[in-house]
Design a binder for this molecule. Structure first.
Ligand SMILES: *[C@@H]1O[C@H](CO)[C@@H](O)[C@H](O)[C@H]1NC(C)=O
Length: 480
């Protein structure tokens, strides 16, 4: 959970290389009503309030599947991604930065279903991994030569964007996200009537509260026609405050909170137990004085004493029930990389030909976040502000994750300073409810969900539970 472990290892996915202006693409029939006729065939949208940004996009239509070769060079999205729906792929452009996105409309009722932006963690890792490993329309076959339909995709219940990560830290990125949304609504004004949520995992615990707070702040000073209908955020296995979550690697490694523990042996665990108090007070010092020199000492100590023993155990950092095999501990990650490097896949997904070959994570982006000490940002106050603005917050956590685990998440939300804390604690102690995936409780705008036996990437491990939880949340229903 340390920043270091975290960025070295992932805490999951960001960058489809994303990084160049949009090339010439075949424009197919747009599915959302564009703002006016003159825009119907447009590939680039600009906005006077956001002069440094533009949106370029290409439509993909699954209706053309049989005639996909009208332009021989552009395979139909269905050819490479069975289960895909109509949508768009493209880039938010800002100076030399180009952020890739992919959008798939809902399989249910695109005109009425909510709009959800999905952002993976990282920092510096590609949301394409989330799309293809967790919740997108298709999942990759072993070897990466082909894909199959994902029947439990989150597009069953919502219109979903997948967004790549950003270059200069969480706060700067929130400006890009805001500009993106305004450009999107300019291109597709009808979608402004759909409730909007931001979802993500892992380092999303950093991004999402900040992005959502920025949108909420901007809404307060914007006329109604420019407001973004932000309704909720969803954060899976998130990192909110290293200082609170750091020592929880001990609980996962050395106790039986997971039900399959302890993972490490008595000897190292005794040593780790002795280090927990020191890690905690050093982290408290970092929290009180968030000076990189103080924090580096804390991170170094907690990292070497509480994280390294697990790192060296050969276990998967994201799932204590599995060995660490392959890049980022998952063999499928290699297949996803193979898949996304294929020419026809790049074309079908609207990737600019100049874009470098796909990397699941970008060291350059990760380094940039480290340089600005992004990991030291404590995002709890941002979550509290969302709750106080009546924006709903769903925290869901797979219990087998080690790196951003449920023990740390429950410490964060069991002490989050907001008006509902006392009742939330009451619910947590006395009124946990059972659902098919595990336990959950809630108070007011805050819902907390455990998914038993899922690792860091909940929709990958428990796809049915994940889509049921997602759908219930969007529909404001209890979990059953
Ligand atoms: C851990 O917990 C599980 C589930 O409660 C139990 O079946 C198992 O025996 C426990 N393991 C140890 C070592 O106590």
């Amino acid at each position: 959970m340390m920043l270091r472990a975290f960025t070295a290892a992932l805490c999951a996915p960001g960058v489809i290389g994303a990084i160049f202006a949009q090339g010439e693409q075949q424009q197919q029939a747009p599915l959302l009503a564009a703002a006016d006729d003159s825009m119907a065939g447009a590939k680039v949208v600009t906005h006077e309030a956001h002069p440094h940004h533009s949106l370029s996009f290409t439509a993909h239509s699954v209706d053309d599947a049989t005639t996909s070769s009208s332009d021989d060079k552009t395979p139909n999205i269905l050819d490479v991604c069975p289960g895909a729906t109509n949508g768009y792929t493209g880039y938010l452009n800002s100076g030399s930065k180009h952020f890739y996105f992919a959008y798939f409309e809902s399989r249910a009722s695109p005109k009425d279903d909510p709009l959800v932006m999905w952002i993976n963690g990282g920092p510096g890792c590609s949301s394409m991994t989330g799309l293809l490993m967790e919740l997108g329309p298709c999942a990759i076959d072993d070897g990466g030569e082909s894909a199959h339909e994902n029947k439990d995709s989150w597009i069953n219940a919502a219109n979903v964007f997948s967004w790549t990560s950003q270059l200069v830290g969480t706060f700067a990125a929130s400006e890009d996200i805001y500009a993106f949304m305004q450009l999107w609504y300019k291109a597709f004004p009808d979608s402004r009537s759909l409730p909007f949520s931001i979802a993500g995992e892992s380092y999303g615990g950093h991004y999402i509260p900040v992005f959502a707070s920025h949108i909420n702040d901007m809404n307060k000073i914007s006329p109604p026609e420019l407001q973004i209908p932000l309704e909720s955020v969803l954060i899976g296995n998130g990192i909110f405050a290293d200082t609170v979550q750091a020592s929880s690697s001990y609980d996962i490694s050395c106790t039986n909170v997971t039900g399959i523990g302890p993972i490490l042996k008595d000897g190292p665990c005794k040593k780790m137990a002795a280090s927990v108090p020191r890690c905690e007070y050093l982290m408290k010092a970092c929290e009180d004085y968030p000076d990189p020199i103080v924090c580096k000492g804390a991170y170094d100590f907690c990292g070497s004493e509480l994280q390294n023993p697990y790192f060296h155990s050969g276990r998967n950092f994201y799932d204590v029930s599995k060995p660490c095999v392959g890049p980022l501990c998952y063999p499928i990650m290699k297949s996803i990389t193979t898949f996304l490097r294929r020419d026809n896949v790049r074309k079908a997904f609207g990737v600019n030909p100049d874009t470098p070959k796909f990397e699941a994570c970008s060291d350059k982006v990760g380094d940039e976040f480290r340089r600005v000490n992004d990991g030291l940002i404590d995002t709890r106050p941002f979550v509290a502000r969302l709750l106080h603005s009546d924006i709903r917050v769903l925290i869901y956590v797979g219990t087998y994750d080690w790196i951003c685990n449920f023990v740390g998440n429950e410490r964060v939300f069991g002490s989050l300073p907001w008006k509902g804390l006392a009742d939330f604690r009451y619910q947590q102690e006395n009124n946990k409810q059972v659902w098919e995936g595990g336990l959950w409780w809630e108070s007011g705008m805050l819902r907390y969900v455990r998914i038993n036996g899922a690792g860091h990437m909940v929709p990958f491990d428990k796809p049915k539970h994940a889509i049921n939880m997602f759908s219930a949340w969007l529909n404001k229903k209890p979990l059953v």
